[in-house]
Design a protein around this ligand. Sequence first.
Ligand code: C2E
Ligand code: MG
Ligand code: MG
Ligand code: MG
Length: 300
Amino acid sequence: ADSAAQAVKRGGGNGFAFFEAHMQDGVRDQLELARDLRAALEDGGAGLALHYQPKVAGDTARVLGVEALLRWQHPRRGAIGPNHFIPVAERFGIIVPLGGWVIDEACRQIAEWRDQGLRLRVAINLSVQQLRQPEALLQRLQQALQRHHLDASQLSCEITESVAMEDAGATERVLQRLGELGVALSIDDFGTGYSSLAYLRRLPVSQLKIDRSFIQDLETSADARAIVRAVIELAHALGLEVVAEGVETEGQAAVLRAKRCDKLQGYLFARPMPADALAEWAMRPHDPEGRLDFSDSVLA
Ligand code: C2E
Ligand code: MG
Ligand code: MG
Ligand code: MG
């Protein structure tokens, strides 16, 4: 696998073709995706796009921000999901430039929305390898924010709980520096890892996102309800804001509101959507039921 990765890093050529002939299908598939991803990045991100999913307030359903989720329209295979291509990018050393493209694109979009009179905070997802190269990450973030005259508080970063626990000392240092830059931090997929609260308390994190697996079971499992209640109470005691991810039913939303969950995200409110669709959606004062209110996010 390592030599395969090396072949891709060298950029293909005859060595690549030679390798390819000897690969198992799965590995060949990954090599091809890695090569095509590189080509997409060299072509300025052709075929790549960010889609945006709202995070709405638990109590009033105001839209308070969006999460940027990467999409890839492959030239021959069509749409490929991030759960498929992000691991490939991580394995073949492409995640840092790919994550750089995400930073640039998110900042460009925040500025475009600002110019349309729409103010939304955008959260991007970070990979562990981006955190392992803190200088490159901080520089890319700073440059993108400056280029578009953005305040760092308009951007936030999501890091999964398992990433936050890896190499705790180094992670703590890089998160401190991101925090100093003014970028808000959230712990994603919370509840799936094994983080100690003593450690979480030391991080400059302002938000916990409860993993979708707990939200899914809220209506049927007393255990899931007990866990979610405990996480919300604990997070609030530590001064953290809580987001529930993957909310799909009114029943789940009702349980979460009763437990004072700060923000909700999920298909019940909106799927991730392209930037222009999100803006159109957000510019409408209310949805057909009049439930969603954007008055705080739209600048008059
Ligand atoms: P995540 O950050 O935990 O994002 C939430 C995922 O759940 C997204 O899947 C989203 O589309 C999906 N989702 C949202 N609401 C619902 C719901 O109500 N029901 C269900 N069933 N799913 C819901 P997506 O877009 O396929 O992304 C998957 C993962 O890929 C993300 O999980 C994140 O870890 C990773 N990812 C996406 N974009 C990026 C990126 O730009 N950089 C990095 N490093 N990772 C990314
Ligand atoms: Mg996320
Ligand atoms: Mg998540
Ligand atoms: Mg998740």
